[in-house]
Design a protein around this ligand. Structure first.
Ligand code: NOJ
Length: 719
């Protein structure tokens, strides 16, 4: 085939060129870089978004290099290109693979019209630490949910890869990057192999099964070996066990960072280690270009290893259709940020909003409000509502909550706006009096708090995940007015918001909702749309509880609300007891503020009639489970019904609950829907002490409900 013919013709230098990715060009393309392309020494370029320059370097590669091999043009198109979707964590709250696919599709079309043909997404790292800045970019804490949503994002970006508007996706970061100690970015990861295989790897395997074109190796070390240079991960698991045929790119300079990690003495050894591990392309650092030739002549690496890498890279270029046409004609594409794309972004934002509290059904807002106070540093923050990883979005397209609320209420109510604080970090309270004035003049307070975009994202971790600045103080002073009070939080991570939840009547968690934040939030506030988002991650009450996630182990002494010995109830001079103790914090107990999967609606859903077709099931037969969900409230609405399972006794202990299925269903008010789930024996498998993936016979418990604390339960026995 064509690729083999090409490989047969390539010089070693040209092969190494394919394995090398260079950073984009500020200003004009230098003669030196053009010459590199002509010589076939460049396989890919990242961070170049100027279409004119991209077309020019593609032209040079195709017309002026010896073999005419086109370039991969990579860019972090993480949650939209010009039209910005909610941050991925927000998108995950939709529990809706279709919405994620649609968003990625829209982003791919906009990016491809700019000459970009490869994105570094989806980020499918599991994390259980909201301090980690990159939690914003991932799809939450759960392997099952991420293994559904990650591949959906891949499908949206890639389509069939070859046709117009498709770009190659990249499953990143391989692996366990989200398990950084202390939630500090790039930090050390120690994960036992069974945990790695049961928790961190399933989303990656699901993306392999969905034909993701590329992988990215992670910055972190894992169990003492940097992920970029880790034969166990990228050779044994990815290639040998999963038979992956795409290619692996390193992270930014992560090949040479093996020296900094203390794993290899110099860049040459780092290059050797990465090539041997099967990292096919080096991002930005140049250890491949500098050392592969020597390493090959010394017999440290093999010709076969190099050819395999080149083959995999060329294959993606072929699949993308770049050999037929590497030029981009923007007139073949729709305009950026067009109405259709804004509708996609708005829909994703709508489905990402999570209603956390709604006392006395204060929401949706009643009609007839005459004066509305819109307050807070995030009410009219067109840049910050976009969130992290927005290299190409422009705040001029943002519609803010303030703008949308004004529009929605125009002619009916007066909006009194006061920022209260200059930005989310501000401690200067001089704006409070204006905010209080606005509140006093109004029938209701709509307060927009949260985090600025720059407080989450790569390397933007926080040790304290309370609302920054004087925001809590602002909320407390507003609460003291006694006015009805709704808080909307825009943030890149779960924040510890107990005080806010206690002082306001309703709370909506909006994440960073993107370009269309305003219209989505306003439609939910005024009841044009009904909230349906569910938390893709546990919300701790206090940072000291972290790691806190729903799929934890039981321990030998699990806590209950009765066993929680509260710090303030302990008498002075109390004697220490050695019996009856349980696993909890004296001060913060053992429960989260909101559990995984949680989210309210304006209506009510009642779950009943949980039934198993058989309660003793043969290993090869599916377990069939059904439940009735009644919409017993006043609105037609969507519910995300969730199925959780526990394997009660196992060779290695299993989590107290694991998500094994979910359904987003629309139910009219007053109607009842029967929902069915099916579990196959492989859905119940885990890695035992021999590191074999097994499903053990025995007792299982299931729950179905609207969040991970669902109470409706049943048992079955697998034989
Ligand atoms: C570093 C990040 O870790 C990675 O996710 C990203 O794709 C690259 N930089 C390229 O920008």
């Amino acid at each position: 085939m064509q690729i083999e013919q090409l490989i047969a013709k390539m010089t070693l230098a040209e092969k190494i060129g394919q394995m090398s990715q260079f950073n984009g060009m500020d200003g004009e393309i230098s003669e030196e870089f053009k010459e590199k392309i002509r010589k076939g020494l460049v396989g890919s370029v990242l961070n170049e978004v100027n279409l004119h320059k991209i077309n020019e370097i593609q032209r040079i590669a195709v017309e002026e290099s010896r073999l005419g091999i086109p370039l991969l043009i990579g860019r972090d198109v993480i949650h939209g290109f010009k039209t910005i979707l909610p941050i991925p964590l927000g998108q995950a709250a939709s529990f809706n693979p279709e919405i994620i696919k649609e968003g990625a599709r829209m982003a791919a079309i906009e990016a491809r019209s700019s000459g970009i043909n490869w994105t570094f997404a989806p980020m499918i790292d599991i994390t259980r630490d909201p301090r980690w800045g990159r939690i914003a970019e991932c799809l939450g804490e759960d392997p099952f949910l991420t293994a559904v949503l990650g591949p959906a994002m891949v499908s949206g970006f890639q389509g069939d890869l070859g046709s117009k508007g498709n770009i190659a996706a990249c499953a990143k970061h391989f692996a366990a990057y989200g398990a950084a100690e202390g939630g500090r970015d790039y930090n050390t990861v120690t994960v036992p192999e069974n945990e790695l295989r049961d928790v961190y790897l399933p989303p990656f395997k699901a993306c392999v099964d969905n034909d993701v074109a590329t992988f990215m190796s992670a910055f972190n070390e894992i169990n003492g070996v940097p992920a970029t240079g880790n034969e166990f991960l990228t050779r044994q698991i990815l290639r040998d066990e999963w038979n992956y045929k795409g290619f692996v790119v390193s992270d930014y300079e992560s090949v040479t960072q093996q020296v900094v990690h203390g794993h290899t003495p110099n860049n040459k050894a780092a290059a050797a280690q990465a090539v041997k591990a099967g990292v096919d392309m080096e991002m930005v650092s140049t250890s491949y270009a500098d050392h592969i030739e020597e390493l090959l002549s010394e017999g440290v690496i093999t010709q076969q290893q190099i050819d395999d890498s080149v083959r995999a890279i060329l294959n993606v270029k072929f699949r993308l259709g770049l050999f037929s046409n590497a030029q981009t004609d923007p007139s073949n594409f729709p305009e950026w940020v067009n109405d259709e794309h804004r509708a996609v972004a708005k829909n994703a934002a709508l489905q990402s909003l999570v209603l956390l509290k709604n006392d006395k059904n204060i929401l949706p807002l009643r009609s007839g409000l005459k004066d509305i106070a819109v307050i807070g540093p995030l009410a009219d923050a067109p840049h910050d509502q976009l969130g992290t990883w927005v290299f190409d979005g422009d705040k001029k397209h943002s519609v803010t909550p303030l703008q949308a609320i004004k529009e929605q209420t125009s002619g009916k109510a007066v909006v009194h706006f006061a920022k209260g604080l200059e930005n989310s970090r501000s401690k200067d309270t001089s704006g409070f009096s204006e905010a209080l004035e606005a509140a006093k003049r109004s029938d209701i307070i709509l307060l927009f708090l949260g985090e600025e975009a720059i407080l989450s994202g790569e390397s933007h971790c926080r040790a304290d995940i309370n609302l920054p600045g004087a925001q809590e103080l602002l909320a407390a002073e507003l609460a003291a007015t006694g006015k009805p009070f709704v808080t909307v939080i825009l943030a890149g991570r779960p924040l510890t918001i107990r005080n806010i939840v206690n002082t306001t009547d309703a709370v909506i968690y909006a994440w960073h909702p993107g370009t269309m934040a305003g219209p989505a939030i306003s439609d939910i506030l005024f009841g044009k749309e009904i909230p349906s988002g569910k938390l893709p991650v546990t919300f701790p009450t206090h940072v000291g509880q972290i790691p806190m996630y729903y799929a934890h182990k039981n321990t030998g002494k699990p806590a209950t609300s009765k066993s929680w010995e509260k710090i303030d109830d302990i008498p002075a001079d109390a004697a220490q007891l050695s019996i009856g103790n349980t696993s909890h914090y004296l001060d913060e107990g053992f429960e989260p503020l909101f559990p995984f999967g949680y989210g309210l609606s304006y209506t009510m859903f009642d779950y009943s009639n949980l039934k198993l077709v058989e309660t003793r099931v043969k290993m090869d037969n599916p377990v069939q489970i059904s439940v009735d969900v009644k919409n017993s409230g006043d609105y037609d609405a969507v519910e995300v019904a969730q199925l959780y399972v526990r394997d009660l006794y196992a060779d290695r202990t299993r989590p107290v609950r694991e998500l094994k299925g979910f359904r987003r269903v629309f139910i009219r008010k007053g109607e009842t829907l029967n929902i069915q789930f099916e579990l196959k024996s492989q859905d119940l498998a885990f890695h035992n002490r021999q590191m074999k993936k097994v499903t053990e016979p025995g007792q299982f418990q299931v729950w179905i409900g609207g969040n991970s604390n669902a109470e409706l339960t049943a048992f079955f026995e697998l034989e």
